[in-house]
Design a protein around this ligand. Structure first.
Ligand code: DPP
Ligand code: ZN
Length: 875
């Protein structure tokens, strides 16, 4: 596919005011009749009407009800062109599609079996053109009226976006249902569902007094696991009213669960479609993490109703306008309802592991890319996570009230239309009488800035000077970089960790103990006065900017933060920094420095013994960064050496902490059962972190895992124990794995976790297991969840085995990608990003990865999705 450039954007020459669809559903042959009320932009009177149309069997084209002859239109593999049309008309088409053959899972497809499965759609980004010819771009917004017809016995449930507008019987056992969506929407938000599903129902009354029917639909075996999602939906609706003043706007809100989905979930207007993985939860079948993910994703898709649907994107370059903002809203939702510190730590871990890596490799791109050839490949950590970080920074700079004012203005100004990043910044700025245009650079510039922070205390003058310096390294395609606005939240702590009052030179004194310094140039020095003794600088609190922080700070000062910092995130950040220093020493000299180790042990010991520390935070402090994140910034990576150094630090810490770990493990045992409240989740998290550490310190502790596995009464504990046993290669682990698979036979989501546990065993022999599991009855190459759980977990979360020195991991991945590409190109393309960092590895592995990439590139019939990733990775 040729690239599309942001700079070439043109407003649409034709718009569609109304779309009427009549769809006769059948898995083998579905007929789609459409009537598009099109209208030409008078200023572009010479531009032909070109409709997007792919994978369609075109049966008929008409204009204002007159059927056209074959010479009156042109059809290609991608488009349907109607020359000579002017002004306003109603363009009609009739096409046939075959949902049951649609394994790409874009457009209309079948979930589940041919005889019993249900039909559903996925249109973002460009799937609508696989259903009917249309102008399939987000700045063309139309009102939809949709009539569905299908066999009643096979498809009793018929759903499309919007409010129901009639239903009835037809001859031959068929029935129909009509839906009207009063809100103009872009085609990517279109959805329909038809099948035999069960549902649960509830009601929500909005702050504006609208009674909204809430319905969650799922297959029979899953409907009993939808209760938590319903609670989450109601919490999300209330939260968006209270925090951002946003109310729901239709009389009904549907959510449908499917096991066959390439994404996490999709925010179609009034008809969200969810990957079952992010919707179903009950104590026997879901882990604590699943519960939180359901909360977050239900929130995310619901919040899109405003940030995405009511105000959408002008073009796909602006994707982060809705995704970055909605991820931010989702993060704040979970932070307000669950644990702010835990969510922040998890987000930062993901940012470091996925986004920093992306930004440092050949697939680096700005949050607002300036070109793409396949938009599906831009649903990335950069667009989502870094995009959310930019919104967060704006929130930090504007303050909660200012940010809310800005967002209100944004929604008010752009309601019902398609906006840009410039519009967003203008609204936030105008509402606060600020010029925020400098922030555009965050959207336009790729790469992770390095931020250096160094402090100097002057005892005589009783002042402390903090110097902040930024530099963004060059990235693929962007050699020159500019300084960005970087908000740095700072506190100064005394030796006991108490925050000092901050008095910035030249400003009036305040009572504040924390403030945000805004670095807008390459370097700046901030002078605090009335500082009697050298303070400990707690910098970048809450991780106030997505930068690599390099801090001139000694271990003693980090220990003060780790033990006392009032900012939970920075407390963890300090322990993470200490652990990274230990890792670097182990990697360089084969051994961590004993004094530094002792310091870190004291910090962790304190966190373990202190009942005032949230157990979830203590668990995070005990959990070392993964190997990929630890290798960030290294060149010529030897993954085996990284693994060994990491394992050495883990082991040394676990041995030194054996006593408090064991004490805490026992103290936390047994009490929580199937409770899923936050406190119970936090205790389980710490207990399982203790278990994993203990088993690393001493193989005798594996018996604890055996007991826990046998006695567990929730999936979190059962799975944690199993994972420890697999990683320890404990005697009898194979029968235990079998027993687990038997217990959960038929539960695809739990079996996916069972695949992942085996795929992530940090041992080169894991590859053989993974290869064997591809033949397991519960594994289907056509199912994205299966592929990500087994193959994705192996390549992304098992660097030691994936990067085996013999290249067998690479060969396996290349074969898997080729196989999947002919079925679900998007999934193949995503898997291929596992090769993204190939240039960072030592020469032998580098050559092996390159060989596999070139092998894939040389194949005939590569999908555009995969071709794009492989091409850019090798470039
Ligand atoms: N469904 C994806 C999301 O919500 C893309 N919009 O992020
Ligand atoms: Zn989203």
């Amino acid at each position: 596919k040729p690239p599309v450039f942001l700079r070439d954007y043109c407003a649409p020459a034709w718009r569609i005011r109304e779309i009427e669809l009549e769809i006769d559903l059948d898995p083998a042959a579905t007929l789609v009749v459409s009537r598009l009320a099109v209208e030409q932009d008078p200023a572009q009177a010479d531009v032909e009407l070109v409709l997007d149309a792919e994978h369609l069997e075109l049966l008929e084209v008409s204009i204002d009800a007159r059927v056209l002859g074959a010479d009156e239109y042109r059809a290609s593999a991608q488009t349907l062109t109607i020359p000579g049309l002017r002004g306003r008309s109603v363009v009609g088409t009739r096409v046939r599609i075959a949902p049951e053959k649609n394994t790409a899972l874009q457009g209309l497809y079948l979930s589940g079996s041919r005889d019993a499965g249900f039909l559903l759609t996925q249109c973002e980004a460009e799937g609508f053109r696989r259903i009917t010819p249309s102008i399939d771009r987000p700045d063309v917004l139309a009102r939809y009226t949709v009539t569905l017809r299908a066999d009643r016995a096979r498809f009793p449930l018929l759903l499309a976006n919007g409010n129901a507008d009639g239903a009835g019987e037809l001859d031959g056992g068929r029935h129909w249902a009509r839906f009207v969506d009063p809100y103009p929407k872009p085609s990517y938000l279109f959805a329909l569902v038809a099948g035999n599903l069960e549902h649960i129902e509830d009601e929500f009354v909005t702050a504006e007094g609208r009674r909204v029917r809430l319905v969650i639909h799922a297959e029979t075996d899953a409907i009993g696991h939808c209760g938590w999602a319903m609670q989450c939906l109601k919490m999300a609706m209330r939260w968006d009213e209270q925090r951002f003043g946003r109310c729901y706007d239709l009389d009904v809100f549907h959510i449908v669960a499917t096991h066959d989905f390439t994404m996490g979930a999709m925010e179609n207007k009034g008809l969200n479609i969810f990957n079952a993985k992010y919707l179903l939860a009950d104590p026997e079948h879901a882990t604590d993490d699943d519960y939180r993910h359901v909360l977050a994703v239900v929130g995310h898709e619901y919040f899109h109703n405003w940030s995405g649907n009511r105000v959408t994107c002008r073009d796909w370059f602006q994707l982060s306008l809705k995704e970055g903002l909605t991820v931010y809203r989702e993060q704040e939702f979970e932070a307000d309802l669950a644990s702010r510190t835990l969510r922040r730590i998890e987000d930062v871990r993901v940012l470091w592991r996925a986004q920093f890596a992306e930004d440092a490799g050949p697939l680096a791109h700005p949050v607002r890319p300036d070109r793409y050839s396949e938009i599906n490949n831009f649903y990335t950590a950069t667009v989502y996570e870094k995009g959310a970080e930019i919104v967060r920074m704006l929130g930090v700079v504007l303050g909660a009230k200012g940010f809310r004012r800005g967002l209100d203005l944004y929604f008010e100004r752009h309601d019902g239309s398609a906006a840009t990043v410039e519009d967003f910044l203008a609204a936030l700025g105008d509402a606060n009488a600020l010029d925020l245009s400098a922030w555009l650079a965050w959207y336009a510039q790729s790469g992770t800035p390095d931020l250096r922070a160094s402090g100097r205390h002057d005892a005589q003058r009783r002042c402390y000077e903090l110097t902040l310096t930024q530099r963004t390294p060059r990235t693929s395609g962007q050699p020159r970089k500019q300084a960005l606005p970087v908000p740095v939240a700072v506190a100064l702590l005394d030796a006991d960790g108490r925050p000092l009052r901050l008095h910035l030179d030249g400003e009036p004194a305040t009572a504040a103990h924390e403030r945000v310094l805004l670095l807008t140039s390459d370097s700046a020095t901030f002078r605090f006065i009335d500082v009697a003794r050298p303070p400990v600088a707690s910098v970048l609190r809450g991780y106030s900017a997505p930068v690599r922080l390099e801090q001139a700070i000694d271990a003693a000062a980090l220990a003060v933060q780790a033990r006392h910092d009032s900012d939970g995130f920075n407390r963890w950040f300090a322990t993470d920094t200490l652990a990274r220093r230990l890792f670097a020493q182990a990697l360089a000299s084969g051994e961590p420095d004993p004094a530094l180790l002792a310091t870190h042990v004291r910090c962790l010991d304190g966190a373990l013994r202190d009942p005032a520390v949230d157990p979830a935070l203590a668990a995070e402090m005990l959990t070392l960064a993964d190997a990929g994140s630890l290798a960030d910034g290294l060149a010529d990576i030897d993954p085996e050496a990284v693994h060994q150094a990491r394992a050495q630090v883990e082991r040394a810490l676990a041995i030194a902490l054996a006593e408090p770990l064991l004490a805490r493990y026992h103290e936390l045992s047994g009490s929580d059962g199937t409770a899923v409240d936050l406190a119970a989740q936090a205790r389980r998290r710490l207990r399982n972190a203790c278990l994993a550490a203990l088993c690393r310190a001493d193989p005798r502790h594996v018996d604890l895992a055996r007991t826990q596995r046998a006695q567990a009464c929730n999936l979190t504990d059962r799975l944690a124990a199993l994972s420890v046993l697999v990683n320890a290669r404990a005697d009898g682990v194979d029968p235990m794995l079998d027993a687990f698979a038997q217990r959960y036979a038929g539960d695809a989501l739990v079996l996916d976790k069972w695949f992942s546990v085996q795929a992530t065993e940090a041992d080169p022999r894991a590859l053989a297991r993974v290869e064997a599991l591809t033949a397991h009855a519960a594994f289907r190459w056509t199912n994205p969840n299966n592929v990500y759980a087994l193959i994705g977990a192996f390549t992304l979360r098992n660097p030691r085995a994936f990067h085996r020195a013999d290249g067998a991991g690479y060969r396996f991945l290349a074969q898997a990608i080729t196989r999947i590409d002919s079925v679900t190109p998007q999934v193949a393309a995503r898997l291929a990003t596992s090769f993204g960092a190939w240039r960072k590895y030592e020469p032998v592995r580098r050559a092996l990865m390159r060989h596999e990439l070139e092998g894939i590139a040389a194949r005939n019939g590569l999908s555009p999705d995969l071709g794009d990733i492989v091409g850019r990775t090798l470039a």
